[in-house]
Unconditional design. Structure first.
Lengths: 224, 224
DNA sequence: CGCCATTTTGAAGGTTTTCAATGTCAGTGG
DNA sequence: CCACTGACATTGAAAACCTTCAAAATGGCG
């Protein structure tokens, strides 16, 4: 699969608009926005942007999933979040992005030029408020990750990871269980600051304890 | 030492105003603010507010130091930050605070009623922008902590902690080194998700490696 | 000066990492 | 259609590191 672009978007028909700042825009603004956005389809494992790139766009996730990561001092990557449809990334970092993003499954993104976005931010207070709330939410998620990492027990971290994904699913209208894990064991391990082996062993133990039931390699019934 | 209150503040004479949103206020607003703020002096280890308390005030730190922590699912506390003079805490959580704060040394705080603060937020765009930047900065600090915690090596975490404090000192106009550590080994350990013993051993090793030179129990020359 | 809290040091035990090998699954080509 | 391949996941065993529990040392403060 190759990257495909779509122009002539009609934002009024957007399937995820209700979840985004766009829902706060006036009809006039929305019509205007339709002319500046691009829809992009990316295959799995596509880099969208890198730390240090000049900020040019805001990206909304229409479908698929994106991982966000930083590089640590030693050069290793550290995943700081997984983005679901309705999530966005790309702003509040000053002049350049301060993280990397990569699709982990085939994904469709909506790309808005930063200048247009800034305009709405300046002129439309509800948009600004919405955006502000999004940052606060990111902060909460970061602190949840801190709480997860502060447990030095692989099993507890993995349990928390499944709970986190379960909650994410609920907030995106999916069922609480079973949980679908599109990310690789490597990505889970990275997010939890463990090795893939430790994640694998923890999952095995949880299955033995009947706390997880594997429906497939990436789907689990939760009994936590 | 007991808590002492001061009224009749003159915000124009505030020693930390330049570091705070107040520097974005008009003279008229500042005069008005002077009538609503209170200055409070607290001894070491005083709880200022708890998770779940209704949001009533914004607190600015004039001098001293405050630790911010959350309670984990198991009831343990998890420190998520240390606040220096010029830092503030108390908003962007909805109706209630979602963390605990406690002084770790004798501290003087400036307490602003949330209603007054919200008014400036609504009416004065630079104040809002300033405040927004503060949240973004908190997010960056949270992600730094994630990067620290993702290293499963006590020595590396402790090194990063010293570097972090060193940077904090610089941004508050203090020298890069020596570093002064007002927090207890317990607090350091908690922030780093280690035990006090591990922190102590890591510091000993770093001293042996000449990477740290202890000038006193809480002051270290850095050679990192 | 002496007490008490905090910090440091010690030894044993437990968990994770590391390195290696095996197992599993999807996609490819014969 | 099936065997093969390569990426990913799981399992195994040894080593490394942190935690735990205990004891000694240090430093602040009355």
């Amino acid at each position: 699969m190759k990257k495909t672009c779509t122009y002539n978007i009609d934002c009024n028909k957007c399937e995820i608009r209700s979840k985004l700042f766009c829902s706060k825009l006036e009809q006039v603004e929305l019509k205007e926005l339709s002319n500046t956005v691009t829809h992009l389809e990316f295959p799995k494992d596509t880099n969208i942007l890198s730390e240090g790139d000049p900020i040019t766009h805001i990206y909304n996730i229409i479908y698929g999933m994106v991982k966000v990561y930083q590089l640590k001092a030693n050069g290793d990557e550290q995943i700081i979040g997984f983005l679901y449809p309705g999530d966005f990334f790309g702003s509040h970092e000053g002049g350049t992005y301060d993280f990397y993003t990569q699709t982990i499954v085939p994904s469709k993104l909506c790309k808005i030029p930063i200048n247009d976005f800034e305009k709405y931010l300046q002129n439309n207070r509800p948009v600004y408020d919405d955006f502000y709330d999004a940052v606060v939410n990111e902060l909460k998620l970061a602190r949840i990750q801190i709480n997860i990492l502060s447990q030095n027990n692989a099993e507890d971290r993995v349990i928390d990871f499944f709970k986190l994904i379960s909650k994410k699913q609920v907030s995106y209208g999916m069922p609480q269980s079973p949980v679908t894990i599109p990310m690789s064991r490597y990505d889970i391990a990275n997010y939890l600051a463990l090795t893939t082996e430790s994640v694998s062993r923890a999952i095995t133990k949880l299955k033995n304890k009947q706390m997880l039931k594997a429906k497939s390699l990436n789907t689990f019934e939760l009994c936590l």
